[in-house]
Design a protein around this ligand. Structure first.
Ligand code: MN
Length: 208
């Protein structure tokens, strides 16, 4: 887990790897401009606060009250932007399928993978404005679909993220314009289920 100064995590695949579902131009803009921007602004906010430099991003965002008030919203927004995008980019890939413990839990709790998709899509469409939809788990390993506004993380809700869905227009507008529903349908094709399974197992292991 990174500490100050934060660095952009390189994309673990080429910019065009998710075509045609998520286009190359969107990925370049999203990763190189938007995500980079959050990293830069987070570092700026923390620059003159060496007392916060030993903290991981998770520590910072889980306990925002320890961050001085005059930089708190900057840390919340840009720190969330960094954490959320790291997870978003690493949970995208072509040609993976649900398997393992996560698949088992999804089927147990939602009925089927398709039922999970339906519910995830509904929550994502109901999130007004910019934000995120998430599949995550509580400390007992139970799954939840939740949404957060802006760049807020799920950490204050005590939900450990497994799969994030970026609902900011910058994630889809170039290709899908205002058709958030079409972007979501296509995003389901590029969920990295191998990473999702790893995230879930990791989340559960952390709590045992
Ligand atoms: Mn984004």
């Amino acid at each position: 887990m990174q500490r100050y100064p934060f660095k952009v995590m390189p994309l673990p695949y080429h910019y065009d790897a998710l075509e045609p579902y998520i286009d190359e131009e969107t990925m370049r803009l999203h990763h190189d401009e938007h995500y980079q921007g959050y990293v830069n602004k987070l570092n700026e906010a923390l620059e003159n606060h060496p007392e916060l430099h030993y903290l991981t991003l998770n520590d910072l965002l889980s306990n925002l009250s320890q961050v001085p008030t005059h930089i708190r919203s900057k840390v919340r927004n840009n720190g969330g932007g960094v954490l959320n995008h790291e997870l978003y980019f690493t949970t995208l890939a072509q040609n993976t399928t649900p398997h393992g413990k996560l698949k088992e839990m999804i089927e147990k709790q939602f009925g089927s993978i398709d039922d999970f998709k339906k519910q995830m899509k509904k929550e994502a469409l109901d999130r007004f404005g910019s934000g995120w939809a998430w599949l995550g788990n509580d400390n007992d390993g139970n799954l939840f679909i939740v949404t957060t506004p802006n760049q807020d993380t799920t950490l204050p809700m005590n939900i450990n993220p497994i799969i994030p869905l970026d609902l900011w227009e910058h994630a889809y507008y170039l290709k899908y314009h205002n058709r958030r529903d079409e972007y979501i349908d296509n995003w389901f094709n590029v969920i990295n289920w191998d990473q999702a399974e790893a995230n879930y197992l990791n989340n559960i292991a952390d709590k045992e």
